[in-house]
Write a protein that binds this ligand. Structure first.
Ligand SMILES: Nc1c(/N=C/[C@@H](O)[C@H](O)[C@H](O)COP(=O)(O)O)[nH]c(=O)[nH]c1=O
Ligand SMILES: [Zn+2]
Length: 361
């Protein structure tokens, strides 16, 4: 016999099956318990497919009657692509529902709970709320702002250089650290780099992991459309590629770039405004954005305050050189009073490297 927290921990572990697969939906897990026996469980695996509660109740069958259901997010009460889970739980005759966190969507927040309580079901809220909120920090951010959750990633030497003064950067971090980066790419809707990185590294920006699925959309900040036409990201057909151009680029120049997997998106101003960019990406259902550099792009996101998480890798190497570029270049902050304050969330080693995860305060 486990207690509410232990069953909810199971539901949270179950939810993780959907990580990287459910966008733009949240990841959700559910566990059905009857007289101390687990009789059903499930996770939401893909937008448009059954919700976690549906899988769990189906598995429980008759044993759902009089059972307790543990679910990491408030059961939905509106008709989306599938019928409301609140009604399903009521019809299945469950006795009690334990919920980790309520739905952030103001249109539905609390409605599922109200339906359950009106049907005489005992509802308990807030069990492992922090863990459940952390699970869906991307989804909650997107619902609240309609812009993507932005993760800034860089890799540098211990003395903070992302390349040598002559522009060499292969490789700074280890194979293990670079594989970790691919795991981040694999769960993001889109990856973003600046055109200078495309010119310098000719990156493919695809996910090279065993059995990896669909590649994220590749986005290049390219105000004047300087991306070389023979660049991998325009030629390899491995993923969709969007070039973000300033308003000054001529239609005929844009046409030269547009092809099957390549689109040019023009901003409303000559220079790219990060805030406008994020709203345009949000409208195109990009809920998570992985910004991989270079240093000018990082600076523009930091100065726009458009960073929700930083993932930094430090290699045990010294590169030196006043001209060697650092992770955040560009203009930066003139006064210490304006710098971006962070909170370190995690420090870990990966192979010979150090990985630090931080969030803005
Ligand atoms: N130089 C390094 C990186 N460099 C990061 C970017 O500058 C590269 O262009 C990009 O990762 C290449 O993408 P790909 O072609 O898909 O492999 N990133 C890292 O984590 N460690 C490094 O040592
Ligand atoms: Zn539902």
């Amino acid at each position: 016999m486990r207690n509410d927290e232990q069953y909810m921990r199971l539901a949270i572990e179950m939810a993780k099956a959907g990580i990287g697969q459910t966008s733009p939906n949240p990841i959700v897990g559910a566990v059905v318990v009857n007289s101390g026996e687990i009789v059903g469980f499930g996770a939401h695996l893909k937008a448009g497919e059954p919700h976690a509660e549906v899988h769990a109740i189906r598995m429980a069958g008759e044993k759902a009657k009089g059972a307790t259901v543990y679910v990491t997010l408030e059961p939905c009460s509106h008709y989306g692509k599938t019928p409301p889970c609140a009604d399903l739980l009521i019809d299945a005759g469950v006795r009690r529902v334990v919920i980790a966190t309520t739905d952030p969507n103001p249109l539905v927040a609390g409605k599922g709970i109200e339906k359950l309580r009106n049907a005489g079901i005992d509802v308990k809220l807030g069990v492992l709320k922090e863990e459940a909120d952390e699970l869906n920090r991307v989804f909650f951010h997107y619902i609240a702002t309609k812009t993507p959750f932005v993760t800034l990633k860089y890799a540098s030497s211990l003395d903070g250089k992302i390349a040598t003064a002559t522009g060499e950067s292969k490789w700074i971090t280890s194979e293990a650290a670079r594989e970790d980066v691919h795991r981040y790419r694999a769960v993001h809707d889109a990856i973003l780099v600046g055109v200078d990185t495309v010119i310098a590294d000719n990156p493919s920006l695809t996910v090279r992991l065993p059995g990896s699925g669909k590649n994220p959309i590749r986005i290049v900040l390219d105000t004047h459309l300087r991306t070389p036409l023979e660049a991998n990201i325009l030629q390899d057909g491995q993923a969709e590629t969007w070039l973000i151009a300033g308003s000054g680029v001529s239609g005929e120049k844009k046409k030269r770039y547009e092809s099957k997997n390549v689109q040019v998106i023009s901003m409303s101003t000559p220079h790219i405004n990060i805030d406008e960019l994020l709203h345009v990406l949000g409208e195109r259902r990009i809920t998570s954005l992985f910004v991989e550099g270079g240093s000018r792009v990082h600076d523009s996101f930091v100065r726009a305050g458009a960073v929700n998480e930083i993932v930094a890798y430090f290699a045990p190497k010294l590169i030196g050189g006043k001209q060697a570029p650092t992770p955040i270049g560009g203009i930066g902050f003139a006064s210490m009073a304006d710098v971006m304050q962070l909170q370190i969330r995690r420090v870990e080693t990966i192979g010979p490297d150090i990985k630090i995860v931080a969030i803005p305060k």
